[in-house]
Design a protein around this ligand. Structure first.
Ligand code: GLV
Length: 316
């Protein structure tokens, strides 16, 4: 089939330069950055990251929307998203990045990275207590593709792993908790909390002072830890700071923030027990993510069903 005979793709992105995405999608499809007109009938697919609001709503032949990120909350910032399937990106490369980030941060907290970084400039030779992984429980909120892969890696290192999900999601080796009733017991059994939830109206602001208060502090590490690599709006940063300052939390690793980029005025930047990365835990690399998108478009045109379709009611 010639490139022009295939469905056209609208690439609608704000906040970064989509040049590489354009180039790679263009290998198989005709790609435009704006429709020719609001009701452009030539557009079959949209590939989006925080698309321009309203740009999708009038396209009469739009068949599917592909998210550039694993999270899809950015799509719903637009109140006018047409009722066509939304496909989440699932790719080994993205999962691998996230697993690396989670393992890196968990090991750094367990192996007292912050304490050594504080000691070194003062030339202090001191070995803090070093509990092994087998004595530490990591609790993962969200056991989707990313949460499950992180759980497998942590289990392989010997950590005890708890999982909290909206509905039951059993996983071998992981102690499962779910729903509102399961949250308290999950937190009470967790030393290092890893947040990998999708952002939905039900999860916004869930990481607040009350939740952090529920974590186990009387443990081998002498405190509780937070790692958030999900979405910034899952957390209340004022509550995290309060929890760090009153001993509810010992340290935090944050990759995502209520406002991004994190404003220079945020005290998180300079807090000695906070590790900040710029929403870089699992970057969306078009070299790895465009091929599965193109494959899905081709499958769809052969009459096969789309994979990794978002449940609109659940919001992820
Ligand atoms: C990035 O945040 C993503 O959703 O993949």
């Amino acid at each position: 089939m010639s490139r022009s005979a295939r469905g056209r793709v609208l690439l609608s992105v704000t906040g970064f330069n989509p040049h590489r995405w354009h180039e790679l999608l263009s290998a198989e499809r005709e790609v435009v950055l704006e429709p020719d007109r609001a009701d452009d009938p030539s557009i079959d697919y949209a590939v989006v990251w925080k698309q321009r609001p309203g740009v999708l709503s009038k396209l009469p032949n739009l068949k599917a929307i592909f998210s550039i990120g694993a999270g899809v909350d950015h799509i719903f910032l637009d109140a006018d998203v047409p009722d066509v399937p939304i496909v989440r990106v699932v790719a080994e490369n993205l999962t691998q990045y996230m697993t690396e980030y989670v393992v890196w941060r968990v090991l750094d907290h367990q192996r007292q990275g912050a304490a050594y970084r504080a000691q070194q400039p003062r030339k202090v030779w001191h070995e803090p207590p070093q509990p092994p992984a087998t004595e530490i429980a990591v609790g993962i909120m969200g056991l989707g593709q990313l949460g499950r892969a992180a759980a497998r890696a942590l289990l392989a290192l010997g950590f005890r792993v708890n999982g909290w999900t909206r509905t039951p999601r059993p996983m071998g080796g992981v102690t499962g908790f779910h729903g509102g009733d399961g949250l308290g017991p999950f937190l009470a059994a967790t030393d290092i909390l890893v947040v990998l939830l999708p952002l939905t109206p039900a999860t916004a602001g869930i990481v607040d002072y009350g939740l952090l208060r529920g974590l186990r502090r009387d443990n081998a590490l002498g405190g509780a830890f937070l790692v958030n690599a999900g979405r910034g709006k899952l957390q209340k940063e004022a509550d995290i700071l309060r929890a760090l300052d009153d001993g509810t939390l010992k340290e935090a690793s944050l990759d995502v923030f209520e406002e991004e980029p994190l404003p220079p005025s945020s005290p998180l930047w300079t807090h000695p027990r906070v590790f900040v990365t710029p929403h870089a835990a699992a970057t969306s690399d078009p070299v790895h993510l465009v091929p599965p998108m193109l494959r899905q478009m081709a499958r769809f045109e052969r009459g096969e069903s789309l994979e990794n379709v978002v449940d609109r009611d659940a919001g992820y």
